[in-house]
Ligand binder design. Sequence first.
Ligand SMILES: [Fe+2]
Length: 590
Amino acid sequence: MPANSDDPRPSRSQVSRRQVLAAGGTGLLAATASTTRAAARTRKARAAGGDGTPEQIHLTWGENPATSIVVSWASPGPATRPRVRIGQRVLLAEPRQYTDGINGETVWTYHARVGGLRPGATYAYVVTADNDGNAADPFTATFRTAPYGRAAFRFSSFGDLATPNTAWVLSYGQSAYAVDAVESFQPLFHLLNGDLCYADLNPTVQPEVWRDFGNNNQTSAANRPWMPCLGNHEVEFDNGPQGFTSYLTRYTLPDNHVPGFGGRWYSFRIGSVLFVSLDADDVVYQDAGAFVTGPAVLTPAASTGNATIEPGTSFYIRGYSGGAQTAWLERTLAAGRDDPSVDWIIVQMHQCACSSSATGNGSDLGIRQQWLPLFDRYQVDLVLNGHDHDYERSFPVRGADPGAGHEVATGAVVNTLRPHPVTTTDSGVFDTSQGTVHLILGCGGTDAPLDEYGTDAADGSPFPGGRPPRTPHPSPGGSPPRTPPGQAKVFTRANRPEPTSTPDVFTRAAADAAEDAIWSAKRDTLTGYGIAVFDVHPDPEDFGGQTSITVTQYHAVGADPVNPATGAKGAPTPDYTEFETFTLVRPRRS
Ligand SMILES: [Fe+2]
């Protein structure tokens, strides 16, 4: 790959020549329209020529992370005998392909399930095919299996990554540094909390956007599992019943054993932690999937046979599982809490129950109605989200305050089921057996300066995480002025497309309700970019016989394209520094 002054990143010594070759073409570069067209021509030629060179190589956990892993990849054309070599074993990969429903391009992917591994062991592997252009020097990398039993480990998380190719809508150079950041912390695995690459916002080139995403991720995801969940931007027109075909074809995820809904939600177990990954598209009121705003229609390629999509059309999938996901969630949580070897339950999903973003989406009543009661009943410790491109932490919450919200348009009281904080003392140590902590981690790499949070114009409430209050509230008894809460927007009904004053142009409204966000404990107002790192300490150590997880949020100050506080232009940066550290504790089960 040639040097390019548009590439925001320094040369990365950890990127091997094989990885560079596998990345190929313009995948990591800020492309111009002409380079994009040239790359498309090259891809078509490679596909027609049957180029089976592996690219977009990434790992996910198998059914048991201590003993199994899945190696997945793609190639420009159909691969002949795609395979993984690990030790003396050669494993043929399962081919899986689809044809994009908008531009008609076919995507070839491969998945090799590797079982029979030793816990806590490091393995080298090779990915190749008979028609691998790098057959003489094929791609190789190493990974580590999960430890067996009650062991310490580290994982990391963010969502909303996008790609570094700024030719694509919502892509930004920070997404390359974000992948590097994962590698710098060397976690056992990474949780990627939805809105992977925003291909739906680039509807005529979706496979190309996914390709840039996969090649950017490979720098880390070929070395350690990246476990994704579905976000609203994985919902694509004409790609399957929920629009998930691009995602589901690329990922092989643990089986949820729910017929017809494989890959959409799942769980896995590492040490004393049960991880539960959900698709909140199924329960949220908000309509934020694929959308034709107009005035132009979206016309799929003739080869697809798909009909023109008219302005004002959105792909709204709330309720698609007919309750199957929520029933599975309850079974999974109940079994987890019944298991004496499980201390912690950590949930990953894209959309938010506790976000007070002002310029983003906010919170959604659908999650509060359907899933928060289950999180309470089964003492879910931690919920990791994306969706809003910032960092926000809640106090531990349990139960709901009724009638705490109001309708934005009329001021009428609305029951937003506002999560009830069990404490509003930001002590830095939280007992999650008493309440669930929610973290908004939509701080991956996407191009949207959204680290702005809601204030209440009526009481001038401030930003608890940083800026001083404009009008501090006096508190009774002469104690220091109390920092009043920020304000959160809440979707309590579907914001389906509505016509604007411009003919054939449609819009989707912001959230219809608001509430004082008394559950909000910390917000990062300095940058919308960061990564959360979690260190699980299964043995009781410093917290009175309790098990603990130390959480540190690192952020990339200055990376915002435009700083919302100052208006100053920023630029992608490799520098991630500590924003805050806190500790979750709970009694050990056995
Ligand atoms: Fe989202």
